[in-house]
Every structure is written in structure tokens, then in C-alpha cells.
Design a binder for this molecule. Structure first.
Ligand code: DAH
Length: 336
């Protein structure tokens, strides 16, 4: 009988076929199918050959059995290698598993709101100039919001800052200036503070107005503070924020809590004058309302809108964008 050479031949052919099938497998599923086809216990083709050992000359059986084991071992090794290759992405292009050639996907971890960022930048510059941060309540009294700031309730300046009234005689502060009075009551001069926070007005909601917005208040009070200190401080601030060639100008204005009062404009790189803040020398009536000796102390104050500053800086056409929580807009300001 010539059974043994033909079984050995069959094993040789099967080995080649099996190794080719393993290499051709491009997914874990195809690889598993190849394993079952060749190494499967019941239906596998090697098992099939071994089941036919009985047809053979008993003297030849050990050779065929040994050869079958060799083929099994080679095949198992090839399967292991291929499995590893598919798992690490070194398989055929387009195979399942991670494709390490793709660009990474950046994780969105959120960011600081653009207006908060402006505030942080402004506070940092003033910190270098010796200012510390102060805060006051958003629910204020008429005394702090108006009267202590030299603004009688029937004064037209109070109408301009009409706001929302709460139960119990409180109102939502219409500006951050009341923090001036609270700080003056609490601390001895010299005082150099910056008070950022939200303020509220009975305003329309349009491209240039929102009924809630951020303000940044500054206050300096000490012996011998003059208008020169005000100008020098604000000019230095403007140069640090908008660049070394920035100019500032003061236009006469009116605020009940400062005398004299000014609107301050800055001219940045593009040559346009931008109206940035109100400022002035603290009115002696404000110092007195806070219990200070106005003969001994003088000071200056200023107030600006960080939202407006951000708007000008980033050429944003509509203030409402700051309040809509649209991530497509907000994510453009995220710092890495
Ligand atoms: N409180 C003013 C407002 O909301 C802004 C302001 C002007 C603040 C002049 C000041 C100042 O401290 O000196 O319109």
C-alpha cells in the first residue's frame, strides 16, 4: 500500500495552504476561521488526516504522526504571530484594530470664558502695578449702589442705571462702584484694589447691550494721590495690555462719584481711538460717606467693561455671543 507517502504529501500541501491562509487573514475573525479549518479538533483538516492513520502500515504511522505534530506546531506559531500583528495594527492596511497612522484626536477639556480671560489678563497687569483683588455683593442696597456714591436717588444719573429690585430693599448692583465704598469702610489707606464682577441693568438685549455684564472697578486712595497718578497708571496699563506704542486720551465727562471725571480712550496699533473706560478723582463726598477724612486722603477710580474690551480685541460683532454658550464660538478662545 502506498498510503504513507500520500498522507505525508497531503500534510505538506496542507501546511502550505494553512500558512498562506493565516497570512491572508486580515481580521481576528478570519484568523479564527483559519484556525478552525486546519487545527479544529473535530472538523479540522489535520484531525481528518490523523483519523486516517488506521488505513496505514503500522510501521509508517509514527512518521506521519510526527510530521502532523510538526505541522500543528508551525501552524500554531504562525497563528500566534499573526494574532499579535493584527492586535498592534501592523496587519494589512484597512484591517481591524487601531490604525496608528491616523492623526491624534485632541481631547476637549473646556476652557475659561473669553470675558473671564480678559478679566484675568487685566487683573494680572494691575497686580504687577500693586493692585489686589476685591469683591462685593451683587445684591446691593440703594445706599452703596447710589447714595454713598454721591448719587441721590432722584438724580438723573440714578435713572441711567435703572436695575432690578429684589425683595427686602435690595437691588442688583448696576455697577461695581459700590465695592469702592465697602473697601474704604473696611480697610485703611493706602488702598489699591481692583474689583471685577457682574452688574445688572434694565437694558435691552441686543448686539451692544445685555442686561447682565461684567465690569472691572479700580480704586486708589492714599495721601497725596493726584490726577498725574491716574494718568500714569492708566497709560502704563494700556501699554502693557495693548502694546508699547499705545496712546491714551482723556475727554471731560461726568460721574457723580468723581470730580473731575473723564472718559478714557486708547489708540492701539490700528490707529483708531476706542472708548475704554470712565475714570476720575474720587469725589470727597464718597470718601466722607465711607468715613474717611477727605482733607487727608485723595484718590482716583476707574471702571471698564471687560466684555467690551474683548469685543474690540477679537472684533466680535455681537455681545450676545458671550452669553449664548455656543461651544463653536467659545472654543475659539480656549487656551491650549
Ligand atoms: N460706574 C460707572 C458706570 O458703570 C463706571 C465708572 C466711571 C467707574 C468712573 C468709576 C469711575 O470708578 O471713576 O458707568
Amino acid at each position: 500500500m502506498s498510503g504513507s507517502p500520500s498522507l505525508l504529501d497531503e500534510l505538506g500541501t496542507l501546511e502550505k495552504e494553512a500558512l498562506a491562509a493565516v497570512e491572508a487573514a486580515s481580521t481576528p475573525g478570519e484568523l479564527e476561521a483559519a484556525r478552525i479549518t486546519f487545527l479544529g479538533r473535530k472538523e479540522g483538516r489535520i484531525s481528518g488526516i490523523l483519523r486516517r492513520l488506521g488505513e496505514m502500515d503500522p510501521a509508517e504511522r509514527p512518521r506521519v504522526g510526527a510530521r502532523a505534530n510538526e505541522v500543528k506546531k508551525a501552524l500554531q506559531e504562525a497563528l500566534d504571530r499573526r494574532e499579535e500583528a493584527l492586535a498592534t495594527g501592523r496587519g494589512t492596511p484597512g484591517a481591524e484594530g487601531p490604525d496608528l497612522t491616523l492623526p491624534g484626536r485632541a481631547a476637549w477639556i473646556g476652557g475659561v470664558h473669553p470675558v473671564t480671560r480678559v478679566i484675568d489678563d487685566l487683573v494680572e497687569i494691575f497686580r504687577e502695578l500693586g493692585f489686589t483683588r476685591a469683591r462685593g455683593p451683587e445684591a446691593e442696597t440703594e445706599w452703596y449702589n447710589f447714595e454713598a456714591l454721591n448719587t441721590p436717588l432722584d438724580h438723573p444719573a440714578a435713572d441711567e442705571q435703572d436695575t432690578l429690585y429684589l425683595k427686602g430693599g435690595h437691588l442688583l448692583r448696576s455697577h461695581t462702584s459700590p465695592v469702592q465704598v465697602r473697601v474704604l469702610e473696611q480697610y485703611e489707606p493706602p488702598i489699591r484694589i481692583l474689583a471685577p464682577g457682574m452688574v445688572y441693568r434694565r437694558d435691552t438685549f441686543d448686539a451692544t447691550h445685555t442686561p447682565a455684564f461684567a465690569q472691572l472697578e479700580g480704586l486708589v486712595v492714599d495721601e497725596g494721590v493726584t490726577f498725574v497718578d491716574l494718568k500714569a497708571t492708566l497709560a502704563e496699563f494700556a501699554r502693557r495690555y495693548w502694546g508699547p506704542d499705545t496712546k491714551i486720551r482723556f475727554r471731560p465727562s461726568f460721574f457723580p462719584f468723581t470730580e473731575p471725571s473723564a472718559e478714557v480712550d486708547v489708540k492701539g496699533g490700528d490707529g483708531e481711538w476706542l472708548e475704554i473706560m470712565g475714570a476720575g478723582m474720587v469725589d470727597p463726598a464718597v470718601l466722607e460717606a465711607a468715613g474717611l477724612d477727605a482733607e487727608r486722603y485723595t484718590g482716583f477710580a476707574f471702571g471698564m467693561g471687560p466684555g467690551r474690551i474683548g469685543l474690540l480685541r477679537h472684533r466680535i460683532p455681537d455681545l450676545r455671543l458671550f452669553l449664548e454658550n455656543d461651544v463653536r464660538f467659545l472654543s475659539r478662545f480656549a487656551r491650549p
